[in-house]
Design a protein around this ligand. Structure first.
Ligand code: ATP
Ligand code: MG
Length: 562
């Protein structure tokens, strides 16, 4: 895309440039994307993925895909597989560096032994609740654990017994001995290991002690030779702890750099909340096109290019902010405008009979596929015949002043075809509803013009009834009605802000015959209606389309107003 390749400078690049200038890390740039496999990736992760892999690409470095799999209770292989699929789909390649914190369990255990031997880690018998009580608060210091002064020999013995499975779950922990009065609560003797009997998706039942995330993460980075360990702002307060571990162990010291996480309005992004929406069937699975998950966006019709463009446009910053979801939509529009063929589809059909068109005649009219790229997108044939469908909305019996489409006695242009004039309206006897129009056409107007150059106001899309393909069209609206879904009345949660009409299914759509064998994932601009993507539910001759995004660029308007 035009915008791809433009790399705005940012504070992370400044740090890397400076490091390279000073010869730090022998000129290496090595980043990583470190997901915990406890859910599907979302657009926030995409920001981190594009940042980390993008830096490696631009500096001729490497980026690892590392699973921080330290919590067997919440992690599953299904999540590992989906994460790999999503990162690959976004266009990134970790080559042979698919890595796991669980691969370092033995090494991490050795590191823990080293800390015990240095007298800076101890086995503690306090329960989880007691540890919490001892921890203190932001304004009051914590209290030392009564087990803090065990001897090194006793600690070594107990820790080995923890690993050997000689204590029940939760009976003991291994803790770092740092400072219970530290102003930084993360430094108040954090837990390194807990006892949990839970089968791990990779190590099975080999371990009954598991490292805490904080203990595993920094050492994993170090073991992998990561130079720039980029994470979100909430880890800023953890950095002193990570530094402490690395310094105690005397191992390679990656530089942690924090940036602001992506927040989007009208969306929730935490995996915990997404999991809840999926598990409690508020949506139809992780790939529900209304979710901000990568697989949901993919199913909706997003392209990797559009998401990378979005990541480039939002950039990275040090301060939290919320991005307007209209920007994400604008990025998709920008890409699909170039690549999606423009076709005709009638979502809510109204039958039109062209009385003076010869019975049985079919004309194959030439239609241009994409005026943005007329030469390489080419043309196709669209059949025209006596009975067609137009959009119900494109007809008004009593048009208001600004309504320029079809009305009794009025002439309009049919895209790629003829001018027609509405002669008669047929209604349902019982309901009074308009069910059919009778029109005449001007044979001279083929292709959209006439010799007398008379003006018509409206141009309508249409499909030939006998050639049309049945379609179901899923129209999506925002999943939440509130800009910030977490803002609710007291006693209610974000689910109170779910949009009750976020999905509207139009089951009687009619699309032009070129879409008969449209592949799943195929993306099209339906003239005058927006961008649509073929859904995997298509079957038995019925094509299912998801509306990815409308045509109107609300973002462009916002930009102009600024
Ligand atoms: P969540 O908070 O949504 O549950 P997480 O941070 O727990 O996500 P991880 O699997 O730990 O999920 O995240 C992997 C990487 O993605 C981390 O480096 C994290 O900082 C980054 N990341 C997660 N959410 C966002 C976001 N909204 N914006 C930018 N980066 C993010
Ligand atoms: Mg996390």
């Amino acid at each position: 895309m035009a915008t791809e390749g433009i790399r705005p400078s940012n504070f992370i690049r400044d740090i890397i440039d400076e490091d390279l200038k000073n010869g730090k890390n022998q000129g290496r740039v090595h980043t990583r994307f470190p997901p915990e496999p406890n859910g599907y990736l979302h657009i926030g992760h995409a920001k981190s993925i594009c940042l980390n892999f993008g830096l490696a690409r631009d500096y001729g470095g490497k980026c690892n895909l590392r699973f921080d799999d330290t919590n067997p209770i919440k992690e599953e292989l299904e999540y590992v597989d989906s994460i790999k699929e999503d990162v690959r789909w976004l266009g990134w390649d970790w080559e042979d560096r698919e890595l796991y914190a669980s691969d370092y369990y033995e090494q991490l255990y050795e590191y823990a032994i080293q800390l015990i031997k240095k007298g800076v880690a101890y086995v503690c018998d306090l329960t989880a609740d007691e540890i919490r009580e001892h921890r203190g608060t932001l304004t009051t210091p914590g209290k030392d654990s009564p087990y803090r002064n065990r001897t090194i020999a006793e600690n070594l013995d107990l820790f080995q017994k923890m690993r050997a499975g000689m204590f029940p779950d939760g009976a003991k922990t291994l803790r770092a001995k740092i400072d219970m009065a530290s102003g930084n609560i993360n430094m108040r003797d954090p837990i390194l290991y807990r006892i949990v009997r839970s089968t791990h998706h990779r190590t099975g039942d080999k371990w009954c002690i598991y490292p805490m995330y904080d203990w595993a993460h920094g050492q994993s980075d170090s073991l992998e030779g990561i130079t720039h360990s980029i994470c979100t702002l909430e880890f800023e307060d953890h950095r002193p702890l990570y530094d402490w571990f690395i310094d105690q162990l005397g191992i390679h010291h990656p530089q942690q750099i924090e940036f602001a996480r992506l927040n989007l309005n009208y969306t929730v992004m935490s995996k915990r909340l997404l999991l809840e929406l999926v598990k409690e069937n508020y949506v139809n699975g992780w790939d529900d096109p209304r979710l901000p998950t990568i697989c949901g966006l993919r199913r909706r019709g997003y392209t990797p290019e559009s998401i990378r463009l979005f990541a480039d446009k939002i950039g990275v910053a040090k301060a939290d902010s919320t991005v307007d979801i209209a920007l994400l939509e604008a990025c998709l529009r920008e890409h699909l405008n170039l690549v999606a063929p423009r076709v005709m589809a009638v979502l809510r059909p109204l039958k039109v009979v062209i009385d003076n068109y010869p019975d049985g005649q079919v004309e194959e009219l030439e239609a241009i596929n994409n005026p943005e790229r007329p030469a390489d997108a080419g043309t196709r044939k669209v059949p025209f015949s006596k009975v067609i469908y137009i959009e119900q909305d494109d007809f008004r019996e009593e048009p208001h002043k600004k309504f320029f489409r079809l009305a009794p006695g009025r002439e309009v242009r049919l895209k790629h075809a003829y001018y027609i004039t509405c002669q008669k309206v047929v209604r349902d006897d019982k309901t009074g509803e308009v069910i059919e129009l009778h029109c005449s056409y001007d044979p001279e107007s083929r292709g959209g013009g006439t010799a007398d150059n008379r003006k018509v106001e409206g141009t309508l899309h249409w499909v030939s009834a006998q050639h049309a393909v049945d379609a179901e069209v899923r129209m999506f609206d925002r999943l939440f009605i509130a800009e910030d879904p977490s803002k609710t009345e007291p006693g209610r949660d974000y689910k109170a802000n779910l949009n009750p009409s976020s999905l509207e299914v139009l089951s009687g759509g009619k699309v032009e015959p070129s879409l008969k064998d449209a592949p799943v994932g195929g993306k099209y601009q339906f003239l005058r209606q927006g961008y649509f993507c073929v859904d995997l539910d298509s079957k038995n001759g019925k094509v299912v389309f998801n509306r990815a995004v409308g045509l109107k660029d609300t973002w462009a308007k916002i930009e102009r107003r600024r």
